[in-house]
Write a protein that binds this ligand. Structure first.
Ligand SMILES: CC(C)(COP(=O)(O)OP(=O)(O)OC[C@H]1O[C@@H](n2cnc3c(N)ncnc32)[C@H](O)[C@@H]1OP(=O)(O)O)[C@@H](O)C(=O)NCCC(=O)NCCS
Length: 387
């Protein structure tokens, strides 16, 4: 039982709470569930493998927000709503233009999302229909924000969203100026599907805690982006690619990992709080990374990764997670390393928004207690007597 401050003993007991809230069920949700032992993941009851094989990001985002797959007409309308909301208002463009060219894209994204509330037509309204419209605008605009900053820092003119493209193809177009081929578009679309939600991961929990104070959706998403940026969460994908670039060639891979483990370093892209077997998302990303790597004439990253996987399984019993193969897949697609985590955000925003909607639909403040382990009954000492 948690200790109350009023009854705390002189020597507080050891914390009873699991560190990092491991295994704690914090709320009910009908959006997404991770079956950690089996390595299964469902969105709204649909298996992630079915969604990865048959769905699109737009359809999946609709599913997360609405709870059901759209009909043909509903999907057409949803796509049209997203398309209509992709352009950025001048105020947001200015915020992005004012960012130093050396800024981290995740920080620019966080700031641009936060600033979006200034001009949001539904600002101040946390009702379901207003929040749904905000969600559509956020899903539509995050790709434009990321791409705009990227082009500005490269000294290139930002590109307006292009008509007739999926969200995945349009993002790749706005970053590179090239409409991707069908294979690249589909692989990227599947990656967006796979990243769209993941139950109460750290950034989604952060979003729900913020939303539960009845703060608005923009605030919740801003906080979620900040949480996602850390290397233990979404920031891991960029770190994976840095590691692969440092290893460089397959013949160096095994010794490199063994040495890193001997130094007690964490290998990015491995381990998970919930999965005790393979992350089901990793299998899709592994396959796509191999295919695109071969096509791009860069098969070595995949070979290095298979070696790392073997050593990690053997030495630590750990499986790779979503960030491991997404890194090499984005790399062979020519995407700059520091856009990997923003890409995670442009997908996960659909999940964050679904969770904010769910939280606000049946809200109670999230306010846990701490197990107090600090000193007790100390006497105040005047400043002049303190040494
Ligand atoms: C994801 C992660 C944060 C989960 O953390 P967690 O549930 O708190 O697990 P812990 O960090 O306590 O790790 C448990 C044990 O596994 C080891 N471990 C976990 N992930 C590891 C990794 N990537 N490399 C090496 N060892 C790892 C820890 O060292 C620890 O070993 P110990 O008990 O001997 O000290 C953690 O696995 C990690 O840091 N992974 C690398 C970052 C990453 O890929 N993040 C993206 C997650 S999708």
């Amino acid at each position: 039982m948690p200790t109350t401050l009023e009854s705390a003993p002189a020597t507080p007991a050891a914390p009873a709470t699991p560190r990092g809230l491991e295994g704690v069920v914090a709320n009910e949700s009908a959006i997404c569930y991770v079956f950690g032992e089996e390595g299964r993941l469902i969105y709204r009851g649909y298996d992630i493998n079915d969604l990865a094989d048959h769905s699109t990001f737009e359809e999946t985002a609709y599913l997360l927000l609405e709870g059901d797959l759209p009909t043909r007409d509903q999907l057409k309308q949803f796509r049209a709503d997203l398309k209509a909301a992709q352009r950025l208002e001048k105020v947001i463009q200015r915020v992005i233009k004012d960012a130093p060219l050396t800024a981290r894209p995740m920080n620019v994204l966080r700031t641009a999302v936060s600033a979006s509330v200034f001009i949001d037509p539904d600002k101040g309204d946390n009702g379901t229909t207003a929040e749904y419209r905000k969600a559509v605008r956020l899903i539509a605009q995050l790709p434009t924000m990321v791409a705009m900053f990227h082009r500005l820092r490269n000294g290139q003119k930002p590109l307006a969203p292009r008509k007739g493209l999926s969200l995945a193809a349009n993002f790749l177009y706005m970053v590179s100026g090239q409409v991707p081929d069908k294979d690249a578009e589909r692989a990227f679309d599947v990656a967006l599907i796979l990243h769209a939600d993941h139950e109460l991961n750290a950034s989604t929990f952060a979003a729900r805690v913020i939303a539960a104070t009845l703060a608005d959706m923009h605030g919740a998403v801003t906080g979620a982006i900040a949480a996602l940026a850390g290397p233990l969460h979404g920031g891991a994908n960029m770190e994976v690619m840095k590691m692969l670039l440092e290893i460089q060639t397959p013949d160096r891979a095994e010794a490199w990992v063994r040495e890193a483990l001997a130094q007690k370093n964490k290998i990015m892209g491995f381990g998970h709080r919930v999965y005790r077997t393979e992350d089901p998302r990793a299998a899709h990303l592994r396959r796509m990374s191999e295919e695109l790597g071969r096509k791009a004439g860069q098969p070595q990253w995949f070979v290095i990764q298979r070696i790392i996987e073997d050593v990690m399984k053997q030495e630590k019993g750990l499986y790779c997670n979503v960030d491991f193969y997404s890194a090499s897949m984005y790399y062979v697609m020519g995407i700059p390393l520091d856009l990997y985590t923003p890409i995670f955000a442009i997908s996960r925003v659909s999940g964050w928004c679904a969770h904010v909607l769910e939280q606000h639909a049946d809200n109670r403040l999230i306010r846990p207690r701490a197990e107090y382990v600090g000193p007790m009954d100390r006497k105040w000492v005047p400043l002049r007597k303190r040494s």
